[in-house]
Design a protein around this ligand. Structure first.
Ligand code: 5AD
Length: 434
């Protein structure tokens, strides 16, 4: 999501005459787009900003902080980051270029207070709609379909930093995807903080299909788009229509992200996640029944306040039962202002570390086991780019969103190819084209 927001800001700046450079050492202006989901992310951003503005640096740069941390902390950030020029919240990305123009025109006078812009702005969800493909053509693109989240998960700071749910119109999203397809994009990833709740309460369900599924069907009809992905969904909005879509819309592929957070009903309740372990596992089961090649990933938080051994054991067993092939496992991080921050029974750091490691080991086992089954199979791969290590290899993804590396000529980028898998580890497959 932050990558997408950053791209949109970069587009505005480039079209206004600013020039993108490839390394921070060459920049006169640096904008840090930030995350507040865990405390570490905020500390990292503050550390980076302070380092960039350190008096030891000969070059004086203009520095801006954008996004969730800017929204969360506002002008208070200027106390932590001396010399910061710009603090821009999550509904003001499209105003960055005008603020920078103002800052630059006044830059000769030193010690100006930073511009701080963190108010809500009606319609701001419609402004994240431009891409930089004309600079660097891409095979896969993010498309922001909504902003904000109306859920109130007790651990989560996002409702505070991103505001209430606001949806773009289906037609505008489809226009953007059509444009992308004409520019050579073959895969789109629809983005929203609670992406599958798209349009709820605003657009009507039709024939039992929620606005999100209607949107998926419309995008499915767009020529040139071969794959549609979305992130991040909520299990509570994973209704039958969406599960069935995985059977009827081949471009959705064989992959779904299903954030479980915990396998204990007690913890889920305390997290204010309105589903049970049983309901969650039945969604995972239905997805695997509708498509036997389905690959599932999840998000888990370990060490949430009040999580006892028995609760963690429930998470571990649900993780194994759902047979997740990929997962983002997080140690609970206290976020001030969230309901969980004032809860009793905090879990000690060592226990969080232990639980984290147990799940990482289980994940590694499950992902290797499932990847090993693919050896000698033929998979459809959408080629994205040269592999990072170079050496004549390209990287692409399967319909189940696994990374595949294989030797091939760069002219194959953007194509869908058949690749036979020869080698696997927990995260990457290696193969040859046939
Ligand atoms: N501590 C740890 N992890 C968190 N997440 C959200 N808030 C917190 C927090 N306070 C995780 C959730 C979410 C993912 C994006 O980040 O698992 O799904």
């Amino acid at each position: 999501m932050n990558e997408r927001d950053s791209e949109s800001v970069a587009y505005d700046l480039v079209t206004r005459g600013y020039e993108l450079v490839t390394h921070e050492d060459h920049a006169d202006i640096i904008l840090l787009n930030t995350c507040s989901v865990r405390e570490k992310a905020e500390q990292k951003a503050i550390g980076k900003a302070s380092q960039l503005l350190s008096p030891k640096n000969d070059k004086k740069i203009t520095l801006g902080i954008m996004g969730c941390m800017a929204q969360n902390r506002g002008s208070e950030l200027s106390k932590n980051i001396k010399g910061i020029d710009l603090i821009v919240g999550t509904q003001k990305f499209h105003r960055v270029s005008e603020y920078l123009d103002q800052i630059i025109s006044k830059k000769s006078s030193n010690n100006l207070a930073p511009i701080v812009s963190i108010d809500e702005e009606v319609g701001s969800q419609n402004t994240i709609n431009q891409h930089l493909n004309f600079i660097e053509p891409k095979v896969t693109s993010f498309v922001s379909i909504m902003q904000g989240c109306n859920m109130n998960c007790s651990f989560c700071i996002v409702p505070k930093t991103r505001g209430r749910e606001r949806y773009r119109e289906i037609e505008e999203i489809c226009e953007e995807v059509t444009r992308l397809s004409e520019e050579g994009v073959r895969e789109v990833t629809l983005l929203g903080q609670i992406v599958n709740a798209y349009g709820r309460g605003k657009f009507k369900s039709v024939n039992g299909k929620t606005p999100f599924v209607q949107l998926l069907e419309k995008i499915h009809d767009i020529r040139g788009i071969e794959r549609i992905r979305f992130t991040s969904p909520h299990p509570s909005s994973f209704g039958d229509d969406l599960i069935e879509a995985f059977g009827s819309l081949p471009k959705l592929g064989n992959y779904a992200h299903l954030p479980m957070q915990s396998g204990s009903n007690k913890v889920l309740k305390s997290m204010n996640r309105p589903y049970t372990r049983e309901k969650f596992l039945s969604i995972a089961h239905s997805l695997r029944s509708i498509n036997p090649n389905m690959r599932l990933s999840t998000d888990i938080i370990v060490g949430y306040p009040g999580e006892e051994d028995i609760d963690f054991e429930m998470t571990r067993s649900a993780f194994s039962e759902a047979a997740f092939e990929m997962a983002f496992i997080f140690k609970y991080s206290e976020r001030s202002g969230t309901p969980a921050a004032s809860m009793a029974d905090k879990v000690p750091q060592v226990i969080k570390e232990q639980r984290n490691q147990i799940l990482l080991d289980l994940l590694s086992k499950q992902s290797i086991e499932s990847n090993e089954k693919l050896i000698n199979s033929k998979m459809n791969v959408l080629v994205e780019s040269k592999a990072k290590k170079g050496g004549g290899e390209l990287i692409g993804k399967t319909l189940c969103f696994r990374k595949v590396i294989f030797p091939a000529d760069e002219s194959m980028v953007g194509k869908s190819l058949s690749v036979v898998i020869k080698e696997v580890d927990g995260s990457v497959l290696k193969g040859t084209i046939i």
